[in-house]
Design a protein around this ligand. Structure first.
Ligand code: GOI
Length: 484
């Protein structure tokens, strides 16, 4: 009966012109090691900077940690069964660097760590679910933090050695790789704002050094894949980009400039180097100028050598885009030079939101569905990548099972993504919703929930329960249409 209903609905909607996602579109969900695995000190895993940061009192709401999280280290089979039950065909997860290399270096390889991911991938393959794997989603081995973390250019070499071990072990089964998740978030929240690990407030300086080192590390891993693995493994590698969309507050030329600067400082900072071989010109010019006025003999934004430019240029086989929200921005006439430089002073943009946008439980996240379509068009026009995967997009609330706010959000964003595909001809080949499970939301602990599946963090079993949005999303996946 239900089957005929679905067929009838399909015929009706085709005749009414409802749009359909492409035949082989990858529909899935995402998660990340520190946010879901737990098992923080099990079976030979080393410490990451997030273990230490979360264990330090005062850093995380309610003193929460990722020590157990969703316990996916033990419950991964249940996670895969849920993905399968929902009919999803791609799972985005990340590998914990210190679970495989306890001190971050190849001097010790933890077989139990390799086995965990081998088993997870085997389980996914058996369920016909494509793994989309992030090598690094913020859990840096502590030893490498002590060696300078993302401020030490040698981190690129360490990351390359780690990437090689991952490609060697899993590359036969993984065709979509992401090197680093949202380097911009680590560099701004971890080194500028100091509210993510490693908790440093080295404003206006470390943020750019961190971005520079992140790009070197990404490029190192990309070329290792290219020269040692691509021919036999045939996968794709990219750097993840977290971009928002920006609207000008007024029609003025200054506010139009503020939009361009916001795109450059937040998105172009990584997209320009990997697609065009250098920082956005607005960043080069502004940071050099302000550094000079501050008395520096060099720019706080590191210059790339010609060799580095060519090493970084062209290191994206596809775009992995995390997109959540939009901002309304306005120009601030250049901030006066002061004793403490910062990215905000360099950027000189004010920002807010449109009062009509629904607010989530996260202070920064508002729903503006058309923003994703504008952004996809902008990225296509600016960088002309061959394909896009939207690797994160999601909504936070406080965890209710009947999560109508999340459904409304995903409905709006997916409709706009579908319009971008069908009407604008943009090659979006996949979408992994953030997130499969409620999980450890970094500095917010477990106070904000992004999952389509609820996890009971008070229950030692970490019982998983489908929310309304999971059922709704499952319908989209099975019909390829937004409102079947
Ligand atoms: C992902 O990062 C991540 O990959 C996942 O692991 C994670 O679980 C998931 O998202 C969900 O969070 C109030 C201009 C205070 C400057 C409001 C505009 C600070 C600063 C709003 C807008 C926003 C998600 C910090 C990407 C960092 C939150 C990137 C989202 C800082 C604000 C702002 C605000 C602003 N971002 N992050 N911020």
């Amino acid at each position: 009966m239900l089957k005929y209903g679905v067929i009838l609905a399909c015929i009706l909607s085709i005749s009414l012109g409802a749009k359909t996602f492409p035949e082989n579109f990858l529909f899935g969900a995402a998660g990340a090691s520190y946010q879901i695995e737990g098992g923080w000190d099990e079976d030979g895993k080393g410490l990451s900077m997030w273990d230490v940061y979360a264990h330090t009192p005062g850093n995380i709401k309610n003193g929460d940690t990722g020590d157990i999280a969703c316990d996916s280290y033990h419950k991964y089979k249940e996670d895969v069964a849920l993905l399968k039950q929902l009919g999803l065909n791609v799972y985005r997860f990340s590998i914990s660097w210190p679970r495989i290399l306890p001190n971050g270096t190849p001097t010790q390889i933890n077989q139990a760590g390799l086995n965990y991911y081998k088993n997870l991938i085997k389980e996914l393959k058996a369920a016909d679910i494509e793994p989309l794997v992030t090598l690094y989603h913020w859990d840096l081995p502590l030893h490498l933090l002590e060696l300078g973390g993302w401020l030490n250019p040698r981190l690129a070499d360490y990351f390359g050695d780690y990437a090689r071990i991952v490609f060697e072990n899993f590359g036969d089964d993984v065709k979509y790789w992401i090197t680093l998740n949202e380097p911009g978030t680590t560099c701004t929240q971890g080194y500028e704002a100091g509210i993510h690990a490693p908790g440093l407030n080295l404003t206006g300086e470390a943020v750019y050094q961190c971005s520079y080192v992140s790009l070197l590390a990404h490029a190192k891993a990309y070329h290792i894949y290219d020269t040692e693995f691509r021919a036999k493994q045939g996968g794709k590698v990219t750097l993840n980009l977290a971009c928002g969309w920006y609207y000008p507050q007024t029609e003025s030329e200054e506010d139009a400039e503020a939009v361009r600067r916001s795109l450059d400082f937040n998105c172009g900072i990584y997209a320009d180097p990997i697609f065009k071989g250098n920082w956005p010109q607005s960043m080069i010019d502004r940071i050099r100028e302000r550094s000079k006025l501050e008395g520096y003999s060099f720019s706080r934004l590191p210059d790339f050598t010609e060799q580095e430019k060519s090493q970084i240029n062209g290191t994206a086989d596809y775009v992995s885009l995390n997109m959540y929200t939009s901002r309304v921005v306005w120009h601030i006439s250049d901030y006066p030079i002061g004793p403490i430089p910062s990215l905000d002073l360099d950027l000189s943009v004010g920002s807010g939101v449109d009062p009509s946008w629904p607010a989530s439980a996260s202070s920064w996240l508002f729903s503006d569905p058309p923003g994703v379509r504008y952004l996809l068009n902008y990225l296509r026009d600016t960088y002309n990548p061959s394909e896009f995967v939207i690797t994160e997009n999601g909504w936070s609330d406080v965890g209710d099972l009947d999560d109508q706010g999340r459904i409304a959000y995903w409905k709006g964003y997916l409709s706009n993504i579908l319009d971008a595909i069908v009407d604008d001809g943009i090659n979006v080949i996949g979408y992994t919703a953030w997130s499969l499970l409620d999980n450890f939301e970094w500095a917010e602990g477990y106070t904000q929930r992004f999952g389509m599946i609820q996890v009971d963090f008070n229950d030692p079993n970490r019982t998983r329960t489908l929310k309304s949005s999971a059922k709704w999303y499952s319908g989209v996946v099975s019909t390829g249409q937004i409102d079947p």
